[in-house]
Design a binder for this molecule. Structure first.
Ligand SMILES: [Zn+2]
Length: 84
């Protein structure tokens, strides 16, 4: 990859990113995921190999595989919050 398909910037660096996978209302957070990141706009790109592995891990965890740790995530409904 030579330029960011989002902003066209050509400075793309290797980085380790946090990726949140969401499927049917279930979430799984992956940390230190190899990615390419645009130094200008911050857009992140993942290889299909990485994305397939994330999907596989998610399925494995649904089937009982142990994860590094679990967190509790607060949820708020903004239809009940006055933000006008
Ligand atoms: Zn960009």
């Amino acid at each position: 990859m030579t330029s960011c398909s989002f902003c066209g910037n050509q400075n793309i660096k290797n980085s380790l990113s946090e990726y949140t996978y969401r499927h049917n209302g279930l979430y799984m957070i992956f940390q230190n995921v190899p990615s390419l990141q645009c130094e200008f706009c911050g857009e992140k790109y993942y290889t299909s190999k990485v994305l397939k592995r994330i999907e596989k891990e998610f399925i494995d965890v649904q089937n009982g595989k142990k994860v590094t740790r679990k967190i509790r995530v607060p949820v708020e409904d903004f239809s009940k919050v006055d933000v006008a």
